[in-house]
Design a protein around this ligand. Structure first.
Ligand SMILES: [Zn+2]
Length: 274
């Protein structure tokens, strides 16, 4: 089920808001309209409009597999409200999350690096909107657009930083701090205090057994940082959750966003897990 069957098309197109287009002044027309994906939003408007012709709005559904390791990439995806996990496999069946892609990025980075196949499984972990483009067209646009190249090179670097930081995080940080980090990363991308996530899925994301997830979630709940009930997570105390997360969260966030003015610097707490 690679890349096609479970994805439903969305009509009308997601992208720039056009409802006021008949009345807008030239100055208003020059102002950036709402574009859900921030990577696309960073591209000059004229180039974006050109790209839009080849972008197809889709709805990604929780559990959809966009790519499997070793298989060809047929489309790239620019998530809007959706979230996609990159999972690396061990022994053919043990999956561990190594990257998380939402509205800040693109799914299909191997194409940017000259590879036509994915090395990881790309699994939708948050249902929602996305724009997709066929790989052949994407490669053509990528060669032509310096802005797209610039944004995708920056994003590729940030994604590599996220993946390498996640490797260290999985080795050195305890489940509770990793869960807090993962919840913050999700919170940043869904732009909502509430989202759905089952114990089983969290176990895959964190590479721990179900009981490990239960204990960590209970601890965060007892500290009144989140509420967690039957897969519904609500972030109650964002600042508290940031304090409960390992420093990996800020390291990766700064890579994506640039340093945050006035952001408090905290020292890494590294309780060894082994
Ligand atoms: Zn960490």
């Amino acid at each position: 089920m690679i890349d096609t069957a479970p994805i439903s098309l969305v009509v009308p197109a997601v992208g720039p808001t056009t409802t006021q287009s008949n009345r807008e002044s030239p100055r208003q027309a020059a102002r950036p309209a709402l574009i859900e994906n921030s990577l696309l939003a960073a591209i000059p408007r004229k180039e974006y409009r050109h790209l839009l012709a080849g972008l197809e709005p889709v709805t990604l559904t929780f559990g959809d597999v966009l790519y499997e390791p070793g298989e060809s990439i047929h489309h790239v995806y620019f998530p809007g409200a959706s979230l996609v996990s990159l999972l690396t496999l061990a022994d053919g069946h043990l999956a561990l999350e190594v990257g998380l892609i939402g509205r800040e990025g693109m799914v299909g980075i191997p194409l940017v690096l000259g590879h036509s196949a994915s090395s990881v499984r790309a699994l939708v972990q948050g249902s929602g909107t996305a724009l997709r483009m066929a790989s052949a067209q994407f490669l053509k646009e990528f060669r032509l657009s310096q802005s797209l190249q610039y944004e995708l090179h920056r994003y590729t670097h940030a994604l590599m930083a996220q993946i390498s930081q996640t490797a260290a995080c999985n080795r050195f940080h305890v489940v509770e701090t990793r869960l807090a980090r993962w919840l913050l990363m999700t919170h940043d991308r869904v732009l909502s205090d509430q989202f759905r996530m089952t114990h089983e899925f969290l176990g895959h994301m964190l590479g721990v057994r179900r009981v490990g997830v239960t204990n960590a979630a209970h601890s965060l709940q007892n500290r009144k940082l989140i509420s967690y009930s039957r897969g519904d997570i609500t972030v109650l105390d964002r600042k508290g959750l940031e304090a409960a997360a390992c420093q990996c969260y800020e390291v990766v966030k700064d890579m994506h966003d640039g340093p945050q003015p006035g952001h408090a610097v905290r020292h890494a707490r590294i309780p060894a897990t082994a």
